[in-house]
Design a protein around this ligand. Structure first.
Ligand code: PGA
Length: 315
């Protein structure tokens, strides 16, 4: 499994940082004054790790249900999607996982009418307001009309290839939520940002744009997807992913509420596959996955969905 060796190099004051109190399995830590960001480092997990060996517990810091999304991106034909749906329909999926797939817009109807009800449909994008004279766009109303329950917003390919910025993405989230769609809100740093020690800053800015915009977090799943891991085969190590997930949960606790921090699913994306999902899923703050390439293969996607079982065994 290819993994990036680059680690976070932010914060210099690791010893002053300690993950604050949470619900779930996280241990209380009294030294939680320094809460707003720039105090994490690769070493803080070692310094004040709340992860004691636990026996026969569900190793999950958050309280939300495990969530796995398949982002099919701009892939597939009627024929290949027929096969993929058939594989998904016959897959045995653990019951305690929310599962969604995001087909290309033009195949949503095909997927909706052929996929069994176990899996919900997400769109890969939505327009920022009510539909109308917006050539090439798809409105939230149209997505709902075709049976979508979710939309992926802020994906790195929309940010960095198409050029969407934080504020625009925040507005899209508000509109989609207001119309009743769930939002898979993507955040994540570029390689150069990680190497410059800016991982947390970038993620917090992206989170803040969502937080400033949305009235509620009830229907939001956060996807942490380091850009250097997307579609590259270079997956974050479990420690690298967990480190950012803890930071994201802490940010929510300190900037939104403890309840939102506990309830909001924080899923990891970036070169997740059938071989690496189990180790990632064991991490307490990884509440699921957003999967690109590997979601195009039904049996492998099922393996990723079922990695929830690794959370249930002794840590
Ligand atoms: P990948 O894509 O699994 O192919 O890296 C993940 C994503 O972009 O959501």
């Amino acid at each position: 499994m290819a993994m990036l060796s680059t680690s976070l190099s932010g914060p210099k004051s690791a010893t002053s940082y300690c993950a604050p109190e949470f619900s779930g399995l996280r241990r209380l830590c009294p030294n939680s004054n320094n809460v707003n960001g720039n105090s994490h480092s690769q070493s803080f997990l070692l310094f004040c790790s709340p992860r004691k060996p636990l026996k026969s517990v569900v190793a999950m810091a958050g309280t939300g249900t495990f969530f796995v999304g398949g982002n099919w991106k701009c892939n597939g034909t009627k024929e290949s999607i027929t096969k993929l749906v058939s594989d998904l329909n016959s897959a045995k999926l653990e019951s305690d996982v929310d599962v969604v797939v995001a087909p290309p817009f033009v195949y949503i109807d095909q997927v909706k009418s052929s996929l069994n009800g176990r899996i919900e449909i997400a769109a890969q994008n939505s327009w920022v307001s009510k539909g109308g004279a917006f050539t090439g766009e798809i409105s939230v109303e149209q997505l709902k009309d075709t049976g979508c329950k979710w939309v992926i917003l802020g994906h790195s390919e929309r940010r960095h290839v198409i050029g969407e910025d934080n504020q625009f993405i925040g507005k899209k989230a508000v509109y989609a939520l207001g119309q009743g769609l769930g939002v898979i809100a993507c955040i994540g740093e570029l390689l150069e940002e990680r190497e410059a020690g800016k991982t947390f800053d970038v993620c917090y800015q992206q989170l803040k744009a969502f937080a400033d915009a949305v009235p509620t977090w009830d229907n939001i799943v956060i996807a942490y997807e380091p850009v250097w891991a997307i579609g590259t085969g270079v997956v974050a190590t479990p420690v690298q992913a967990q480190e950012v997930h803890v930071a994201v949960r802490d940010w929510l606790k300190n900037n939104v509420s403890a309840e939102v921090a506990s309830k909001t699913r924080i899923i990891y994306g970036g070169s997740v596959n059938g071989g690496n999902c189990a180790e990632l899923a064991k991490q307490e703050d990884i509440d699921g996955f957003l999967v690109g390439g590997a979601s195009l293969k039904g049996p492998e996607f099922a393996t990723i969905v079922n990695s929830v079982t690794t959370k249930k065994v002794a840590a």
